[in-house]
Design a protein around this ligand. Structure first.
Ligand code: ADP
Ligand code: MG
Ligand code: ZN
Length: 499
């Protein structure tokens, strides 16, 4: 990678905008539903009509509190909404209601797990790292401008028009700003995944970057190792996935180093990542940056949240992902990697834990959930919550192996049959006649038959060719049509051949 072993150090700070999952907007009762007719979900408040007054949606405050607590941040009992003034067609009021010098949460810190990556991109050597959180504040989203592509005029005249859709205007956002604490693109990558998982876990946000309900901006600069001052930063936007963000950062770091080493200077500006060309291009230069002339929003009271409200919110939340991962490692003796994978989302962690408890075999449950079940779900394009095989049914399959009713190989064939839904392990074992033969009398009969049918091999075995043992095991199991319990066959065959 560009930054390792080089004389340069990378500095990154991240700004995340997460849409809070409310049904209605932050300052009016309009729906936040997406995919509606343009401007269907608007009213005088979110259209910015003169005289319309904002009313704070308490659900947005609850979800912001959940978000803050899920990230381990403190909440200020008092915060203040402020007007951030700028002109843009998707912002009809001419200002955005945000928070400024008294935000919902500030001076925080969280610990992420982060790894270096090898050439193939595989993570190794996970380590904890503390990231300073400058602030988490509440604000409203803007609308969307839509531009007709050149030559596609829909109006009959030859002009290409631009349109404004204000359905998104007023959707509640939590903006989360970090200190410039990341030293590589992979640390930034691991942080965004950490935040995304935490927000989804507590239902604060869908936090889907591809759908745009989690948007991330990366501020990137480089400096010579040992330098104390930061270099000039650029701001990267249009990052539609965590992977794109990681690539965009690496691209910029390399560009900065080359440019500075060639005697050039970095211009502070906002750049857009182009995922088709894997390059950045300027959006606007910071020289045009606005003075936002923040001032307290006169139409809203300061936001006061009581310690009781914060405690009640904390109480209503599930066990948090990192705590659950650590508990899985302790209680079920899982590796860090397995426990991390199984706590990637709440529904998966719940599913796993039910399967582990119900089968009383946490190790096997981890293997099935991460392996065969995950593959079966993937080929059917289903998520864990949609699994046709419940955790209890998967546990029954594990128990069927553990009690020697079927063997592991048979179980792998049973699972796909269960995926059609509505059939139990028991029904499949019975209807397919898979039940293993564990009846010792029956197995003994087959062993005697098999030896009698293979006198030459029997003679050679007796003469010391012990490698033929495997041949007899295979022959007996084959004779039983694969149903003889292999453990019993092994034991009994050894005894019989030794007679
Ligand atoms: P601006 O006023 O340009 O928005 P801020 O000071 O508000 O800048 O910082 C915005 C983000 O940029 C924060 O996440 C911060 O950590 C990060 N940041 C600040 N300076 C640098 C730098 N030199 N290099 C990388 N990131 C930086
Ligand atoms: Mg800023
Ligand atoms: Zn409205």
């Amino acid at each position: 990678m560009v930054t390792s072993n080089s004389a340069w150090e990378t500095i990154i700070g991240l700004e995340i905008h997460a849409q809070l999952s409310t049904d209605t907007k932050i300052f009016c009762a309009c729906s936040t539903q997406t995919g509606c007719e343009p401007n269907a979900n608007t009213c005088p408040v979110c259209l910015g009509l003169p005289g319309a007054l904002p009313v704070l949606n308490t659900r947005a405050v609850e979800l912001a509190a959940r978000a803050a607590l899920a990230l381990g941040l403190k909440i200020n009992e008092r915060s203040v909404f402020a007007r951030k003034n700028y002109f843009y067609p998707d912002l009809p009021k001419g200002y955005q209601i945000s928070q400024y010098d008294e935000p919902f949460s500030e001076h925080g810190e969280l610990t992420i797990m982060t790894a270096t990556r090898d050439e193939a991109g595989h993570a190794r050597d996970w380590q904890p790292k503390r990231i300073g959180i400058t602030r988490l504040h509440l604000e409203e989203d803007a609308g969307k401008n839509m531009h007709e592509p050149q030559g596609s005029a829909a109006t009959g005249d030859d002009n290409n028009y631009s349109y404004v859709d204000l359905n998104r205007a007023g959707t509640p956002l939590a903006e989360i700003v970090t200190e410039p604490d990341f030293r590589s693109s992979w640390e930034a990558y691991d942080y965004v995944n950490h935040v995304r998982r935490a927000l989804q876990w507590v239902d604060a946000s869908d936090a889907d970057m591809e759908k745009g309900n989690l948007r991330c901006e990366a501020n990137v600069s480089v400096r010579r190792k040992g330098a104390t001052e930061f270099g000039t930063k650029v701001e990267l936007k249009n990052l539609n996935s965590v992977r794109f963000m990681q690539r965009a950062i690496d691209y910029e770091v390399e560009r900065h180093i080359k440019l500075i080493e060639a005697g050039g200077r970095i211009v502070q500006q906002t750049l857009l990542w182009d995922e088709r060309t894997n390059t950045t291009r300027p959006m606007r230069s910071k020289e045009e940056a606005h003075d936002y002339r923040y001032f307290p929003e006169p139409d809203l009271q300061p936001l006061i949240v009581s310690p009781e409200f914060i405690e009640a919110t904390r109480h209503a939340m599930p066990e948090l992902p990192d705590a659950r991962r650590d508990r899985f490692m302790r209680d079920y003796e899982l590796s860090f990697n397995d426990a991390s994978q199984l706590t990637a989302e709440l529904a998966l962690a719940d599913y796993y834990e039910r399967a582990a408890r119900s089968s009383n075999n946490p190790r096997a449950a981890a293997n099935w959930v991460r392996g065969d079940l995950a593959r079966e779900l993937e080929t059917r394009n289903l998520n864990i919550a949609q699994s046709p095989v419940s955790a209890e049914h998967l546990a029954a399959l594990i128990t069927a192996i553990d009690t020697n009713r079927i063997n592991g190989k048979q179980a792998k064939d049973v699972l796909p049959l269960m995926m059609t839904g509505g059939v139990t392990v028991d029904e499949i074992i019975k209807s397919r006649g898979l039940e293993q033969v564990s009846d010792t009398g029956e197995i003994e009969r087959i062993i005697i038959e098999t030896i009698a049918a293979n006198p030459k091999q029997f003679e050679q075995y007796k003469a010391g060719k012990e490698a033929l043992f495997g041949f007899f095991v295979g022959a007996v199991i084959k004779q039983s049509q694969g149903k003889a319990n292999p453990k019993l066959v092994n034991e009994m065959l050894r005894a019989k051949l030794a007679e």
